[in-house]
Structures are given as C-alpha cells and as structure tokens.
Design a protein around this ligand. Structure first.
Ligand code: PEP
Length: 279
C-alpha cells in the first residue's frame, strides 16, 4: 500500500527536488541550452510578479532555451510557489558573503538554500559601484553560494573609460582571477555574465566585433584555469532587446543574455525568448 506523506515529508521532497534542479543548472547549461535571464533589479510589485509569471507559464518555451529570472528578494517565494515544476529557474540578485550573524539587511546563502533557491547573481556592476563589492567580495559571495548548492551567475564588465583606455582585458582578467583565486576549479560551476558597464541601461551596444572579441577573451581566460570548454557559459548583458537579440545571439561564445529593462514586461520578455530560440 502506498504510504501517505505528511506535510513535512512533502516539503522535504520538494526542497530536495529544487536543490537538485539548482545543482544541475550549470551542468544542464553545458548541454548548450541557450540562457535567457532577467534581472528585475528593484522593480515590480507582488501583483505584477504574479501576473508576469502566470503569462510566462502559459508560454511555450523551446527546448533549447533555459529561462532564469532574478526578482527582488521579497518575491522569491512567489517563484517558489508558482514555478514548482516549471522549466523556469529563478534566483536572488545578491547574497551575503558571510555565513550568518550580525549583518543587518543581509541574506545568507544558507537562507536562500533553505528555500530551495537555485541561483544567485553576484558582482553586478550596480553592486560593485554603489555598494563597494570588490572582486574579492564577489569571490566570497560566489563561494558562499556554491557551498549551499546555489549556482552563482558572476557579472563582470569594464567601464567606458577602461574600454576607451584599452584596459578592458586587464579589468576583466582581474575580475575573473579574483574569483578563480577564491574558488579554484569550482569556478566551472559558475555562469559568467559579461556586462560592459557602459551598455547597461544606456541603449548603447558594443559592436558585434567587440562582443565577439571580448567573449573569446573571457573564454580563453576560463580555459587557462582548466575549465572544460563545454562547461563554459558566457552570457552577454547590456541593452539587449527584441531588436538586437538575434544578431548578438549569433556571435560565437555568446551562450545567452542577461536582460534588465526589456525583461520587465512579460510581452517583451516572451518575444525575446521566442527570438532567442531561433538563433
Ligand atoms: C543589467 O542590469 O543586468 C542589464 C543588462 O540591464 P539592461 O538590459 O537594462 O541594460
């Protein structure tokens, strides 16, 4: 006779399912799934979030596409409830570098892991420039996440001054080296988002040559750490929209997108998902 599970046992199974989904995200991504990720930043309301997810759940998502959404912390629970068995992954926009304790306002990786959250962003340029997240802090945050089976998406990128001063490779390498120093071979469990700071929210897009050359460079740096080619996933972020997604997506070593502004309206995000599946 089948045993009837009590509420705690069901909760435990669901948590295990969500954790396993999270652990395997980077591995699954290695199967050349194309990632379309949304960074909502400090936008959306509870009502808008529910409406957005309802619409997204009703959409057919092609097999080669993996959708990820990074909402504000208070809405993560909605994702947990509404996306239980969906192909859409979600994550936090940041995580504390400390394990626990007197750090008012912080949210630990253990807490995110507890609620079954499979992903987190770290090192977004807004965190680096407004909140002083250095590359060493970013590395510690990524390490904390991995210790709780949360896959970090590590954002890197140069400023306009660094690009124009031809120092962007140096800057990107410094950002990656710091993560490698903190994680060693576990860097292969991270997703990388290349986001030139000058392209974020500005409508300015690097040329396809610049994207191609920079993604190739990041790929080579990761390879120099011993990361296997098939494990490397480099997303492009910065003013991506329905008008440029196919062009950028066709560039070698662009494995997906991290999208801010154009991810806030379900219609526009769904359109981008559809176009990305045709790349
Ligand atoms: C971002 O902030 O991660 C981002 C890519 O923003 P936008 O698409 O609005 O440039």
């Amino acid at each position: 006779m089948n045993k009837v599970l009590d509420k705690n046992e069901i909760e435990m199974l669901v948590r295990r399912y969500l954790k396993e989904t999270g652990v395997s995200l980077a591995k699954r991504a290695a199967k050349r799934e194309y990632i379309v990720a949304a960074n909502w930043k400090m936008n959306m309301t509870e009502k808008e979030t529910k409406k957005f997810l309802k619409e997204l759940k009703e959409t057919d998502i092609a097999d080669n596409i993996r959708v990820m959404i990074f909402p504000p912390y208070p809405y993560l629970y909605i994702f947990k409830e509404m996306l239980r068995y969906e192909k859409i992954a979600y994550g936090a926009q940041d995580v504390a570098k400390e394990e626990q304790g007197a750090y008012t306002g912080e949210v630990s990786a253990a807490m995110l892991g507890d609620m079954g959250c499979p992903l987190t962003l770290v090192g977004h340029s807004e965190r680096r420039s407004y909140y002083g997240d250095t590359s060493e802090i970013v590395a510690k945050k990524a390490k904390a996440a991995l210790e709780h089976q949360i896959s970090p998406m590590i954002c890197i990128g140069e400023t306009l001054e660094e690009r124009e001063g031809h120092r962007y490779q140096e800057v990107l390498k410094e950002q990656l080296d710091a993560v490698y120093a903190g994680l060693g071979s576990r860097i292969s469990g991270c997703l990388i988002a290349y986001e030139p700071v000058w392209a974020i929210g500005t409508g300015v897009i690097p040329t396809l040559e610049q994207i191609s050359e920079t993604h190739k460079y990041i790929y080579q740096v990761l390879r120099s750490y011993g990361v296997a080619g098939e494990e490397i996933r480099i997303l492009y972020g910065g003013s991506v929209n329905a008008g440029n997604v196919k062009e950028i997506g066709s560039v070698r070593h662009v494995d997906g997108f991290l999208i801010g502004g154009a991810s806030l309206k379900a219609e526009s995000f769904k359109h981008i998902i559809r176009l990305a599946s045709e790349v």
